[in-house]
Design a protein around this ligand. Sequence first.
Ligand code: SF4
Length: 334
Amino acid sequence: MLAITGPHDTAGVMKAVHAHLPRPHGPYNDLVPVRLTPPHYAYLKISEGCNHRCTFCIIPSMRGDLVSRPIGEVTREAEGLVENGVKELLVISQDTSAYGVDVKYRTGFVKGKPTKTRMVDLCRALGDLGAWVRLHYVYPYQHVDEVVPLMAEGKILPYLDVPFQHASARILRLMKRPASAERVLERIHRWREACPQIAIRSTFIVGFPGETEAEFSELLDFLEEANLDRVGCFAYSPVQGAAANDLPHPVPEEVKEERRARFMAAQEKISTSRLQAKIGRTLRVIVDEPGVGRSEGDAPEIDGLVRFVGGTPGEFAQVLIERADEHDLHGRLE
Ligand code: SF4
């Protein structure tokens, strides 16, 4: 077989391969997609493994310590994806803000230009590609503050997925997570000052071993104050091999569930009022399917949707927001 394609033309290569070697059709093969996302967005994995040792997590014992991909390789992959029609890059890893720590922020090359293996440099390089760039799993290190101005400038999406996990200093210590709640709140306020349109998503664990009612209340107070856009909440469940399993005073199942329900009810009010505040605004959305899109503040699968009539999948559209429910926005194309 001989075919001529561009160096990053994955779709062209696949087409040529399938012209000579059709994909076998069958109930099993058809259930195994080659790429799991629609053509207009793609996940971009920047590293593997993690240097943290959160006591509820076994990822480091399974995947090892952090190994960052060379910055030139990551940006070349991103470029190839964009050339093939990807309009939104979802940056993922176990710990996105640690990117490059393992190689001491070694200098690599992006289009011949010396560039450090560092989150902020990566964001700048990806921002130059003209696609939406969305950051996931950002551990709340100090230097996260450096990427917020890039969001304000419109280089990358004003969106941060930062798993805070808890707000009580004692529980965070038991989890081996960083930062005190007050400092986190201060930083959230600063991020919003620097980039008022930023959407912040987080996840939390309730019912961690030893969590008292007072510590849970602290978490609820934090939630009120942080005023986050989107939040996921898990009731703690022991994972085989996790250090937290050995901690004393496990929280009874029914208490965990009751706390999770209270947490979600409190957050639902917050998320709803943040969505209500968007009514009357025109938002840029990426259309996932006719009538369904996502704004800059909505990641695929985990956040809400923008609903309207019409639209072409994979294209951007402007939608005037007319109403909101607890999860989604509704409007009309402009
Ligand atoms: S929870 Fe995340 S940051 Fe913590 S050890 Fe697991 S992968 Fe690393």
